[in-house]
Design a protein around this ligand. Sequence first.
Ligand code: TYM
Length: 331
Amino acid sequence: MAEKSGRVFSGARPTGRQHLGNYLGAIKNYVALQEQYEECVYCIVDIHALTTVETTQNLRHNTREMALDWLAAGMDPQRSIIFVQSHVPQVVELHTFLSMVTPMGKLTDLPTFKERVRQQPHNVNYGLLGYPVLMAADITLYKAVAVPVGVDQAPHIEFTRELVRSFNYRYDTDVLIEPQMVVTEFPKVIGIDGQNKMSKSLDNHIEISATPGETTERVMQMVTDPARVRRSDPGNPDVCNVYSLHKVFSSQEEVDMVNMECRRAGIGCVDCKKLLAKNINEYFAPLRARRAEFSSKDGYVNDILHEGAARARKIAEGTIAEVKEAIGLPE
Ligand code: TYM
C-alpha cells in the first residue's frame, strides 16, 4: 500500500548506458518511490535531448540502452509508467501554452542556461532556452506532486513551481499542481576526476552495466587525496572520492578499516581502489545479469515503452482538456 498520495514524475535524457551519478542521484530513488507513492511516471526525454545533441544518430540506441538499465535496476513497468517523451505529443502542446506565461528574463537568468551557453556557444537554439518550460510541461502534464532529481535540477524545479503559480493566477484556475523536489542521499556524485559532477560528457563516469574489468579499470583511474603523493604519506579520506564511494558500496567494517588505515598509511590507494572495484562489481552483478536477460528478449524493451506511452497518453489527454478549458480556448 502506498503511504503517500499523488503521482511522482521524473525524466532523464537518453544518454545510453547509465553511470553511478544517474544511479545514485536518480534511479535508486525512482525504484524506492515506487513503494511509497500511488503511481510513478518515468520518462526518457528524447525531445529535450535534441536541444544539446549534435547528431541524432545514436538516439534510438541510447534510448534502448538507458531503458535496459532502468528496468534492470528495478523500475517496474507493472507498477510504473515508463515511456518515451515524444510518444506523448501533448507535452509539446502544454509547452506552448506554458511559454505564454514565461517571462524571457527568467529563462536567460537561469544558471543552467548560462552554463549550457558556455558549453555550446555554437548551438544556442530556441529550444535550449525553452528547455525548462518543456520540463515544466512534463511535470504538470502528469500532475506530479513529487519530482526525484539530483541537485543540479533544483533551479528547474523551482522554475516549474513559479510557472505553475503564474499559469494558475493568469487563468484563475488550480488545474496545474506545484510539485515538490525530492533529492536523494547522493544529490551530487563526483566523477573519477575527483572534482566535477559525474557525467558522460566529461568522460569522468563509471557505467553501472560495465563489465567487471572495465569497472576496475575506471576505479583505478580515480583521483584520490591530492596531498597523498607517496604510499608512505598518510591520507585524508574526507577529501577522497574513493572513500565517498566506499561509504555506498562497502560494508561498515570495510569503511571503518579504510578510514583508519588510510589516515596512518596502513593501506595504499591501489589496494583501497581494488577493494572498491570488487564491491561495486558485486553490488551490480544481479543488475547486470537481469540486463543481459532483458536485452536478449526480442521486442521486450519496445513493448514496455509503447505500453507505457499508451497509459501516459490517457493522463495527458485529460490534463490538456482541462488546460484548454481553463485558458478559455474555443470549444
Ligand atoms: P539528466 O538527463 O541530466 O540526468 C538524469 C537524472 O540524473 C541526475 N544526475 C545526477 N545526480 C547526482 N550526481 C550526478 N553526477 C548526476 N548526474 C545526473 C540528474 O539530476 C537527473 O535527476 N532536465 C533533466 C531531465 C528532465 C526532467 C524532467 C527531470 C526532463 N524533464 C522532468 C525531472 C522532471 C536532465 O537533463 O536530467
